[in-house]
Design a binder for this molecule. Structure first.
Ligand code: ADE
Length: 228
């Protein structure tokens, strides 16, 4: 899979080089290109924003650099083009699976008060939100999408199983995990996890997952029970 991120803050994406995702990028399980929209500005000062028509606070990102940037990298519109925006469809586990099936994603990050609406009309397939709050730009949202989507791509995680077992894949939240030492500050690891009886361990984990989901996310629990 290829993901192109269009931004005026490319330096923010150095965070992608760390951890599991960083290793996956090195192994070339997926390719992430971070593209600076400013490089496409024809303005003599390389500006990418201007005052809003009609007045109001803040600046609006102009059409030209973004339009030229998108058309330079995807002239035949082969990629699925997503604009990160609180107005969009709310990202979820299901959407992360859906997007992981795409061959090529373009994630456009807006800043300031947003982007000229005509970019959305001319170039964008879908707007995507990561939740009901407003960020100062789409960059963190794009990183969330890259991270969650890439977990479904073969070779990114250590084994495919670790994806299947996680919260939301099963419809339940994850059971508690422990590692050594077996006791810390008077708190002991549940006995069942220490005796090597895998049937019992699976039963305990399933029960804990159900209990935690029922307490914390009754909405998910109801759905789980209905579809089981
Ligand atoms: N840009 C600003 N806020 C956002 C949000 N909640 N989701 C996606 N992109 C955004």
């Amino acid at each position: 899979m290829r993901i192109d991120i269009l931004t005026i803050f490319p330096e923010m994406f150095s965070a992608l080089d760390s951890g599991v995702l960083g290793k996956a990028l090195q192994r070339e399980c997926l390719t992430v290109n971070v593209i600076n929209i400013r490089d496409y500005s024809t303005d003599k000062h390389k500006r990418t924003d201007d005052y809003p028509f009609g007045g109001g606070l803040g600046m609006v990102m102009t059409v030209q650099p973004i339009y030229d940037c998108i058309n330079a990298i995807d002239p035949n519109h082969n990629a699925k083009r997503i604009y990160m925006s609180p107005r969009g469809r709310t990202f979820s586990h299901e959407i992360s699976l859906e997007l992981s099936k795409e061959e090529w994603l373009i994630l456009l990050c807006g800043s300031y008060e947003g982007i000229d609406e005509r970019i959305i009309e001319l170039c964008i397939d879908e707007e995507m939100s990561i939740g009901d709050y407003v960020l100062t730009g789409g960059e963190l949202a794009a990183m969330v999408i890259v991270n969650a989507v890439s977990r479904h791509i073969d070779g990114v995680l250590g084994s495919k199983d670790s994806d299947l077992d996680e919260s939301f894949s099963t419809g339940l939240l994850e059971y508690p995990q422990y590692t050594r030492p077996a006791e810390y500050m008077g708190l002991a690891v549940p006995e069942v996890l220490l005796n090597g009886n895998h049937a019992k361990i699976n039963e305990w984990r399933q029960n804990m997952s159900e209990q935690i989901t029922k307490e914390r996310r009754p909405d998910l629990y109801k759905l789980y029970k209905e579809t089981k």
